[in-house]
Design a protein around this ligand. Structure first.
Ligand SMILES: CC(C)(COP(=O)(O)OP(=O)(O)OC[C@H]1O[C@@H](n2cnc3c(N)ncnc32)[C@H](O)[C@@H]1OP(=O)(O)O)[C@@H](O)C(=O)NCCC(=O)NCCS
Length: 173
């Protein structure tokens, strides 16, 4: 396994990772305040994440490379009732890309979502030109089902996203 549940102790290393890759991640993320790169801010995000995890609203995962933190992958916005779906989001520090880590981490997150959480469907959205992320999704069978206009405010602009989804093969009806 290269993923594990996040802990408050990850805050300092996550701040370092985000800071070291800030230029690499900037085109794919919301604009960040300078404070985002502090351990205190990361600890506060983690506190919110772990609170949501305890309520069954999300699963905050760390992607590891040996004893280092390589990135994060989260199963976000878990919707129960008739929907039974969640959103997947992920990133890696620049130095950890190009080695299949995101694909492996996504495989583990899918397994968690479809077995432990017993969800019916996972959804992910990428910018139209985010080919690496689209490759990661395609590798696991995610299919595009539409383009959402002005979907997320990324790098300071409301940008269109391709929406992908994957159905739980164990649930047919
Ligand atoms: C997207 C991201 C998570 C991919 O991580 P990764 O570990 O490098 O991904 P993998 O190595 O598992 O696979 C990357 C795929 O993209 C391909 N790829 C990489 N760079 C590419 C490029 N510039 N153009 C086209 N394809 C590219 C790789 O060949 C591979 O495809 P393959 O499976 O067909 O061989 C990472 O680049 C990242 O964190 N990007 C910034 C944040 C981001 O975009 N997050 C996702 C938001 S939706």
């Amino acid at each position: 396994m290269i993923t594990r549940i996040a802990s408050l102790d990850d805050a300092e290393e996550l701040a370092e990772l985000a800071h070291a890759s800030r230029d690499f991640l900037a085109p794919w993320e919301p604009i960040r305040d300078e404070s985002f790169y502090t351990a205190a801010a990361q600890r506060s995000f983690l506190e919110h994440n772990l609170d949501a995890y305890a309520r069954g609203a999300m699963v905050p995962l760390i992607i590891t490379d040996g004893d280092r933190i390589a990135g994060r992958i989260n199963i976000n916005d878990i919707v129960r009732g008739a929907a039974q779906f969640a959103h997947i989001g992920y990133f890696l520090g620049q130095q950890y890309t190009g080695r299949g880590l995101a694909s492996r981490a996504l495989g583990e997150a899918i397994a968690h979502a479809f077995t432990v959480l017993d969800l019916h469907r996972l959804q992910a959205g990428t910018l139209l030109h985010n080919t690496p992320s689209q490759r990661v999704l395609a590798r696991h069978g995610f299919e595009p089902f539409g383009v959402a206009p002005r979907y997320l405010r990324i790098a300071g602009r409301w940008q269109d996203h391709v929406l992908f989804h994957l159905f739980n093969p164990a649930q047919s009806d």
